[in-house]
Ligand binder design. Structure first.
Ligand code: ARG
Length: 561
């Protein structure tokens, strides 16, 4: 008897042994060790509680059913340990699955997101400042999550929630007028804005009247004073143009740039509603939300001077996103120092009755060469400088191979991105040039190089059309690689569900290692034509999966290095 998938056979086995129970979650997972077979099913252990029976007994009953209905595609079924079902599939089954993977435009990535909308809020730098190395993680991790969700068929709205409103604009406007030369004002750049901010903020600290003047500009801006609003707009435009220059280098695109200012007019309404439902209460002249049950500190939603803050603006932002897009979830990628903020405003949104799933993906800080990056230490590396350094170093590597500036960019930026994405987002990381750019080991260039090698192998073979060639997976190394390629779609799905692009990076590295042992053990071009073609087709599928996977991490795959 044949089944359309291993899972449907397993499910039928469980249902036949224990009728009337729900086994829709039953899964065939890749075996943890090839010596146990190709796949394992652990669901007898999972069902023990529900069925009030020892897992081994359950597995025995299911085993009997499965054995009786075992399709030809399953070469061996074994019962092991406390109740594992170990499955060895037939080479024909693997070859048939590979053929459908190769024919699938999505390379096995399930379109589970079709018809679903998500908003991903990432990068989100503060205006009037240059992006520094601290911004790289939100940009790179956020963009990988963005690409991964799109690959699953989700309708993604990538939103850059710029920090484009707040007290700093009073300081900036005053600084612009009184700390810059006419020439600097005429050729305004983000560098000049940063400079005038630093000068003006320093003056405000020592001079009360300067401080008052800054506050006055802020009030004027908030009131809609035409001159101040025009200046503010100019600051934002210049900032966005500068950010876009970085995004173009990094291959990052946003659908919207709705900064904090976009939600200004909604803030009073948010506070009114919080009062109405009894969530906000007065405290020392301000309005706060308390989290007694959750044992969290209070969140201020309106300051004693009447101003609103980050929490208020993020609640307004949820209201607006729900109204405009009606997404099934909103994902925020920021550093882990904002965890409390997200916890608090997620709780408030839930209490306000929002059903949209709100997810915070916090990442750890990045240090550089073992040193923490901080403005005070003066080692705040500008993103622009980091990227230039990446290209310079990559050029040193590729120039002897005839590589040009474009290739150096692809390798250099790939190295920087992969050094970040290969770590669990939640952990702090240390950026190290030698590790990032290593041609051996778990690095971006190693994977890009693996891809280029496959391309050159196919070139050497004359790039034959292999679409009619059957896959073969008789050799153990071939079989391991083939089974691994079949896991691409499930891995992408897992990376999305866990918000960890690192799950995909790990997979790609393992896949490249399996490819390399296959390549070493199984002669390709020297084999007789039928074997040669079958192996070439496996190489080509490996190349396709590796390239698709690297693109989901935002890493380009030049065919020649
Ligand atoms: N601008 C903030 C920062 O630089 C990040 C904003 C994240 N998004 C949000 N909706 N709060 O830290």
């Amino acid at each position: 008897m044949e089944f359309d998938s291993l899972e449907s056979w397993l499910k039928a086995g469980f249902e036949a042994a224990f009728p009337g129970n729900d086994f829709s979650d039953v899964k065939a997972l890749p075996a943890t060790d090839a010596k146990f077979g190709d796949f394992q099913c652990n669901d007898a252990l999972a069902a023990a509680k529900k069925l009030h029976a020892p897992p081994r007994k359950i597995a025995e009953a299911v085993f009997a059913q499965l054995e009786a209905s075992r399709p030809a595609s399953v070469a061996k079924l074994e019962l092991a340990g406390p109740g594992f079902l170990n499955i060895t599939v037939s080479p024909d089954w693997i070859a048939a699955r590979l053929a459908s993977l190769a024919a699938d435009a999505h390379l096995g990535v399930p379109q589970t997101g079709a018809g679903k909308k998500v908003v991903i809020d990432y990068s989100s730098p503060n205006a009037a400042k240059q992006m520094h190395i601290g911004h790289i993680r939100s940009t790179v991790i956020g963009n990988a999550i963005d690409r991964i969700f799109r690959s699953l068929g989700y309708d993604v709205i990538a939103d850059n929630h710029l920090g484009d409103w707040g007290t700093q604009f009073g300081i900036l406007i005053k600084g612009y007028r009184d700390c810059l030369t006419q020439e600097e004002r005429d050729n305004l750049t983000v560098q000049n804005l940063e400079k005038c901010y630093v000068l003006s903020a320093a003056k405000a600290k020592e001079d009360e009247s300067w401080k008052d003047a800054c506050r006055e500009e802020l009030v004027k801006l908030q009131r809609g004073d035409a001159d101040d609003v025009a200046l503010w707009k100019r600051f934002i435009e210049i900032s966005i143009a500068e950010f876009d220059r970085m995004y173009a280098k990094l291959g990052v695109k946003f659908d919207t740039y709705r900064g904090e200012s976009f939600y200004n007019d909604m803030m009073p309404g948010v506070v009114e509603q919080l009062k109405k439902v009894g969530l906000a209460e007065p405290s020392e002249g301000a309005l706060v939300v308390k989290f007694e049950a959750e044992k969290l500190p209070v969140a201020i939603v309106q300051k004693s001077d009447g101003g609103f803050n980050y929490t208020t603006s993020d609640i307004a932002c949820v209201e607006s996103r729900v109204k405009d897009y009606d997404p099934e979830r909103i994902i925020y990628v920021t550093d882990d120092r904002q965890q409390l903020h997200f916890k608090q405003f997620f709780i408030i949104c839930e209490k306000l009755g929002y059903t949209v799933k709100l997810v915070h993906v916090p990442f750890g800080l990045m240090s550089y060469g073992g040193k923490a990056i901080s403005t005070r230490e003066g080692n705040l590396i500008k993103l622009d400088d980091l990227l230039a350094e990446a290209v310079r170093r990559a050029y040193e590597i590729v120039k002897d191979r005839g590589g040009d500036e474009k290739l150096a960019e692809q390798i250099g930026f790939g190295a920087v991105k992969y050094a970040d994405l290969s770590h669990d987002p939640g952990t702090a990381i240390d950026f190290d040039w030698d590790k990032a750019l290593a041609l051996e080991g778990n690095s971006g260039p190693y994977l890009q190089y693996a891809y280029a090698r496959v391309c050159s192998l196919l070139d050497k073979a004359g790039n034959p059309d292999l679409s009619g060639t059957a896959f073969s997976c008789g050799e153990p190394a071939e079989r391991q690689l083939a089974l691994q390629l079949l896991q691409f779609g499930a891995t992408v799905k897992r990376a999305a569900e866990s918000y960890k692009p690192s799950a995909l990076a790990d997979y790609l590295f393992q896949t490249a290692q399996l490819y390399s042992s296959f390549y070493q053990r199984s002669p390709i071009l020297k084999s007789e034509p039928a074997v040669r073609d079958a192996r070439l087709r496996l190489c080509s599928l490996f190349g396709a999966v590796l390239s698709a996977g690297l693109h989901l991490l935002g890493i380009e795959t030049p065919p020649r290095i």
